[in-house]
Design a protein around this ligand. Structure first.
Ligand code: 1PX
Length: 207
């Protein structure tokens, strides 16, 4: 993983990480989940400084989860939730630094990613439109006005669809679209399992 991280970004690594996430018992493994996020963040960082307020927040959230992962040796999102809920739901809600509320933020962003990648695959050439639509249908409802405003401004700086497909680094535009078709169901699977887990424990509105 260290060697891969040193090379240029490829969406393939992100796909591989999210593919490795889901076990036969439908658990979401934390290590590949965080590794997928590290790949996405690297991609975001390569898009330029306009996006750094977004990548900084994602970096902080991944770092918090990595620290908890190291400290408690959680294998999966399920074991993290179980561990934090053991102190009681009220205690969990009161914590501004819980793993659960942090995962929830990344989880909502994963829905954005799924919608955005579906849009890219569909052929719509205006990435800023795709990105705004995906954002409005997911993260935006959880963000205050000022964050929504800043995000919408940043989206205007997105590269074109062709440039996007190229910097994914998986070959020709056709190959990149094929890779998206492969990646989207894995991301959707991770999203769906996490959504169910958080709904089951009434954690979908953790402050
Ligand atoms: C091949 C395409 C790959 C594209 C990869 C892009 C990866 C994007 C990763 C975005 C991660 C964003 C995490 C945001 C988490 C969040 O909602 N944080 C907010 C709430 O946190 P809090 O701790 O306060 O409760 C926080 O306020 C966030 C602030 C930053 C602004 C977030 C805007 C998110 C826009 C998401 C779309 C990214 C656009 C990237 C363009 C490719």
């Amino acid at each position: 993983a260290a060697a891969a991280a040193a090379g240029p970004f490829s969406l393939r690594e992100v796909l591989d990480a999210f593919r490795r996430c889901v076990t036969e018992q439908r658990e979401v493994l934390l290590e590949p989940y965080l590794s997928g996020w590290r790949g996405l963040i690297r991609f975001l960082q390569s898009l330029g400084a306009v996006f750094s307020f977004i990548s900084k927040d994602a970096v902080a959230k991944v770092a918090l989860l990595e620290a908890q992962h190291r400290q408690h040796r959680f294998v999966s999102l399920q074991s993290l939730v179980q561990h934090e809920l053991a102190a009681g739901p009220a205690a969990l809600r009161a914590r501004p630094d819980s793993g659960c509320r942090t995962v929830l933020r990344l989880h909502r962003a994963l829905r954005w990613l799924q919608l955005f990648l579906e849009g890219l695959r569909s052929g719509e050439p205006r990435t800023s439109v795709l990105c705004t639509d995906a954002y409005n249908a997911s993260l935006a409802q959880h963000h205050p006005w000022v964050v929504r405003k800043a995000a919408t401004v940043a989206f205007c700086a997105l590269p074109s669809r062709d440039a996007f497909l190229e910097i994914m680094n998986v070959g020709s535009a056709d190959e990149a679209v094929a890779m998206l078709g492969e990646a989207i169901p894995y991301i959707g699977d991770v999203y769906g399992i996490t959504q169910e887990l958080f709904a089951e424990h009434k954690l979908l509105d953790l402050p």
